[in-house]
Design a protein around this ligand. Structure first.
Ligand code: C2E
Ligand code: CA
Ligand code: CA
Ligand code: CA
Length: 280
């Protein structure tokens, strides 16, 4: 791992030499990262299928560790979720994404745009969650409807009283709720009617398999039709080819996200990207 680290990495201290399990190493390095500027966010534009305009941005966390190099979120978020760390990281993500979004208003009209933020279960267990979010929104002059929270099916299936309470507070506040990785989790669909869900994100694993050869059309098309019937907005993630984009568009999917449109990019590159693609 260390050998593959990019140039410019400082490798004077390699904690792996101590023989600690990877989880412990990541946990301790991550606690350190919270107090340095090793964590940052990238933003991936999401476009309206019909107009091609940018309507949403998904905030995606990155960790550039001085000791471990670039660590992907799939590796460190689960470790943060095993402890209270995810609460601090989650607070930081929300505050940073909202501040950044408000700052973009100096460059383009954000009023018809939405900032989409990934949320872990533990954040929703905190009864102050909606209240804290409300305070951040008012600090930055943002409307609740400009924020969408991305939850996975796992969070809803938990169905704890705290989660239920938080979701109802969030609905009351007026932020949007999005169901991430839809179709990959549990098969119980009852939560679709039990909770107020605005958006379904069709998982990349389905989009990926939409090729001329392996036809998965019926399944994806059924998900989209179901979303329409429930009055939900549909986002397809991981769109990489023009074929996938046109197939999803023909099926009635509303929004596209993926490398075909853009990889996640740095905050300072968003205004130029929006100005060249249009928004709102
Ligand atoms: P996710 O929420 O499903 O995010 C979508 C992932 O797909 C992102 O990976 C994104 O970079 C990637 N992606 C987007 N378009 C394409 C494409 O066309 N092709 C391919 N191959 N990949 C694409 P990323 O950024 O590595 O994030 C991985 C996961 O880490 C996320 O999956 C999410 O579950 C978690 N995550 C990221 N940021 C946060 C955060 O701030 N908080 C929490 N709780 N979780 C986060
Ligand atoms: Ca997501
Ligand atoms: Ca996703
Ligand atoms: Ca995913």
């Amino acid at each position: 791992d260390a050998k593959k680290a990019g140039k410019g990495q400082i490798r004077t201290f390699n904690p792996q030499m101590l023989g600690l399990p990877r989880e412990a190493i990541l946990d301790s390095a991550l606690r350190h990262a919270m107090h340095t500027d090793e964590l940052y966010l990238l933003y991936q534009p999401i476009v309206d299928v019909n107009s091609g305009e940018i309507r949403k941005f998904e905030a995606l966390i990155r960790w550039s560790s001085k000791t471990l190099g670039q660590v992907p979120p799939d590796q460190f978020i689960p470790i943060a979720e095993d402890s209270d760390l995810i609460l601090d990281i989650g607070d930081w993500v929300i505050a940073t994404a909202c501040a950044q979004f408000a700052e973009w208003s100096q460059h383009f009209d954000i009023r018809n745009c939405v900032m989409s933020i990934n949320i872990s279960a533990a954040q929703l267990m905190d009864s102050r969650f909606a209240g804290k979010l409300k305070a951040i929104l008012s600090t930055h002059g943002l409307q609740p409807s400009q924020i969408e929270l991305e939850l996975t099916e796992r969070v809803l299936i938990d169905d704890g009283d705290y989660v239920r309470r938080s979701l109802s507070d969030l609905n009351q506040l007026g932020v949007r709720i999005s169901l991430d990785d839809f179709g990959t989790g549990y098969s119980a669909l009852s939560y679709l009617t039990k909770f107020q869900i605005d958006t379904l994100k069709i998982d990349r694993s389905f989009v990926m398999r939409l090729t001329e050869h392996d036809k998965l059309e019926q399944l994806v098309s059924s998900i989209i039709m179901m979303g329409h019937k429930l009055g939900m907005s549909l986002v397809a993630e991981g769109v990489e080819t023009a074929y996938q984009a046109s197939t999803l568009s023909a099926m009635g999917c509303h929004f596209l996200q993926g490398y075909l449109i853009s990889k996640p990019i740095a905050a300072q590159d968003i205004p130029a990207f929006v100005l060249s693609h249009g928004s709102g």
